[in-house]
Design a protein around this ligand. Structure first.
Ligand code: VGL
Ligand code: ZN
Length: 202
């Protein structure tokens, strides 16, 4: 469909088995994502892309544990293990991911002091990545999301896409969740309430 784009979120080594921030079930999702890529004409990939010493890394702070929450100037921020550091193998796409067809790769999380779950707006909720303008300039009105992690980068991206006026669906089968403190259930509810179509079939 000419007005539809598939957004493949953060299918990177560090979020897959053996990675620094491995999402349970991530590897099993790769063939389903590839099938979706095969069926769509317009593919956008997102790539988490942090500089070393990024503020979202627990290692950047004294006495901070990964998966704890701290207060940043823009609000609460979860601290993560070092992951997806620019140019490292962990930041590369999963080797089996069908990347050839991708028309656009959006990187995010490259500002040292601001995390970015969403591919549209960073966690300060102000700084924009430009993806919205790109997709609108291309004439897309409907976006299908898959990838990692369902309850962080997929959910935040899907919610922002909906707020930007796109028709939005998430293919749940082609996602996997971190599920930190009930985040999976919470974000599923938030997406449903936001008018996002949660579909199963990949
Ligand atoms: C993600 C946590 C930190 C994600 C990225 O891709 O969902 N989660 N950075
Ligand atoms: Zn990250």
């Amino acid at each position: 469909m000419p007005n539809e784009a598939l957004i493949v979120v953060d299918m990177q080594n560090d979020f897959c088995e053996g990675g620094a921030l491995a999402v349970p079930g991530a590897n099993a999702v790769v063939p389903l994502v590839n099938r979706l890529i095969g069926r769509h004409d317009h593919i956008v990939l997102t790539q988490d892309w942090h500089p070393p010493g990024h503020a979202s890394f627990a290692s950047s702070w004294a006495d901070a544990e990964p998966f704890s929450t701290v207060k940043f100037s823009y609000g609460p921020q979860t601290l993560w293990p070092d992951h997806c550091v620019q140019g490292t193998p962990g930041a590369a796409f999963h080797p089996d991911l069908e990347v050839t067809k991708a028309q656009m790769i959006v990187r995010k999380g490259y500002h040292t002091g601001i995390d970015s779950y969403s591919a549209f707006r960073e966690n300060d909720r102000m700084t924009r990545t430009g993806l919205d303008g790109y997709l609108k300039a291309r004439g897309f009105t409907r976006l299908i999301f898959c990838g990692l992690a369902l309850d962080y980068c997929v959910a935040w991206s899907a919610i922002d896409a909906r707020q930007a006026g796109f028709d939005v669906a998430v293919v749940l089968e082609a996602t996997a969740a971190i599920d930190l403190d009930g985040s999976r259930k919470r974000m599923l509810t938030e997406m449903r309430q936001g008018g996002i179509n949660l579909s199963l079939a990949a």
